[in-house]
Design a protein around this ligand. Structure first.
Ligand SMILES: CC(C)(COP(=O)(O)OP(=O)(O)OC[C@H]1O[C@@H](n2cnc3c(N)ncnc32)[C@H](O)[C@@H]1OP(=O)(O)O)[C@@H](O)C(=O)NCCC(=O)NCCS
Length: 162
């Protein structure tokens, strides 16, 4: 029913409009956006879902971040248009994109979000990983893409530098 494709520059403003629809005003004031400023999303992992008519139904983006000397993916934003929510599209966007991440060389993924939702996908609280303030530590969650990938990973999450 939905086609999943990598986000291209042509999709950019449509995805921004979807995020504006799905998130509260001022979303770009969140501390996670400071980790995205001036950094390109991870190519290939940021994906859009369109219906048979080409209408954008959902989107997911990923940025690279550092945690001390380690690298991680920062999942988000992910959003599904309000008229398409509850059909499993959020789940499919997350699982589809994460299935591509390890083959691209990524070992671990983190996000700031609701544990009751992301727990469904194996995300657990990262006790030793600190997002820029203000962030509720209960919302800092991670999932290993290869076994043991979060073992010993601790410290501040910082903006990606090549
Ligand atoms: C979160 C979001 C991407 C989920 O997309 P979706 O396509 O509706 O999700 P799915 O169909 O895969 O899953 C729906 C289930 O997740 C639950 N769910 C959705 N958001 C949730 C949340 N924040 N906390 C707990 N459960 C949640 C629904 O109640 C539903 O439960 P059910 O399966 O028991 O009926 C979508 O609701 C959305 O765009 N929300 C606004 C933007 C947002 O909050 N993004 C996430 C940022 S952390």
């Amino acid at each position: 029913m939905y086609q999943f494709r990598p986000e291209t520059p042509d999709d950019h403003w449509e995805v921004e409009a979807l995020y504006d629809t799905c998130f509260a005003p001022g979303r770009e004031a969140l501390s996670s956006y400071r980790l995205r400023d001036g950094v390109r999303p991870v190519p290939g992992l940021s994906r859009v879902a369109r219906d048979e008519g080409g209408i954008l139904a959902g989107a997911i983006r990923y940025w690279p971040v550092h945690i001390g000397t380690f690298d991680a993916l920062l999942l988000g934003p992910v959003a599904v248009h309000p008229t398409r929510q509850g059909e499993g599209l959020g789940r499919d966007l997350i699982e589809d994109s994460l299935s591509l991440a390890a083959p691209l060389g990524w070992d671990r993924v983190m996000l700031v979000g609701d544990a009751p939702y992301y727990g469904r996908f194996g995300f657990v609280r990262l006790d030793d990983v600190v997002m820029p303030p203000p962030t509720n530590p209960d919302r800092v969650l991670g999932r290993a893409l290869v076994p043991g990938a979060w073992d010993g990973v601790r410290g501040n999450v910082t903006r990606w530098v090549d």
